[in-house]
Design a protein around this ligand. Structure first.
Ligand SMILES: CC(C)(COP(=O)(O)OP(=O)(O)OC[C@H]1O[C@@H](n2cnc3c(N)ncnc32)[C@H](O)[C@@H]1OP(=O)(O)O)[C@@H](O)C(=O)NCCC(=O)NCCS
Length: 144
């Protein structure tokens, strides 16, 4: 499926972007709106996969140090999973990280996403936090 990968720009686009993030990653655990944001929102790269006006996927990149970037909040509209949307977002986030000087990308993956990241060359680094006392995460990394 051919999606367009771009940054949200208008307030309406940011609303759609954050809404999908919340719907996929927060609502199933009865978390309030705004819980889908952290303190990196203003210094991060935000990307979304669009089909016309519809936002099908989102992902975000921030830097932990000049060398190390981190991906967070990857989410694809449930009806569109396993159709290449997440891969398209991830590849562009990696390209941005490389262009901005990162030499490594790290992330914390939920169990169902570990295979997805392994397919893209990420290695398991160890166990990470458990979110909402329910969602274990695996620390993963990839050298650029
Ligand atoms: C994880 C997620 C972002 C992946 O995006 P996606 O668009 O579904 O993934 P793609 O179609 O690009 O998958 C590429 C490949 O990754 C692997 N993969 C993706 N999801 C997988 C899964 N659930 N189980 C096993 N392999 C998976 C497959 O090899 C797949 O290729 P294939 O379908 O040709 O076999 C998406 O499924 C999602 O939003 N899941 C729910 C939220 C989530 O877990 N987010 C990650 C938080 S860390």
């Amino acid at each position: 499926m051919q999606v367009e990968i771009r940054e949200p720009r208008t307030p309406e686009e940011f609303r759609s972007y954050y809404w999908l993030r919340w719907k996929v990653l927060r609502e199933p655990w009865t978390q309030d709106r705004e819980s889908e944001k952290d303190h990196h929102e203003n210094d991060a790269v935000h990307l979304m996969a669009c089909l016309g006006d519809q936002v099908l996927g989102v992902g975000r990149l921030h830097f932990n140090s000049p060398d190390q970037a981190q991906i967070r909040f990857m989410a694809v509209e449930p009806e569109y999973v396993r159709r290449g949307v997440g891969s398209a977002v991830l590849k562009e986030l990696e390209a941005r990280a490389r262009a901005m000087g990162a030499r490594q990308i790290v992330l914390n993956a939920r169990d169902p996403a570990v295979f997805f990241y392994q397919k893209h060359g990420y290695e398991i680094l160890g166990q990470s936090e458990t979110l909402f006392e329910a969602i274990p995460h695996t620390r993963m990394g990839k050298a650029l």
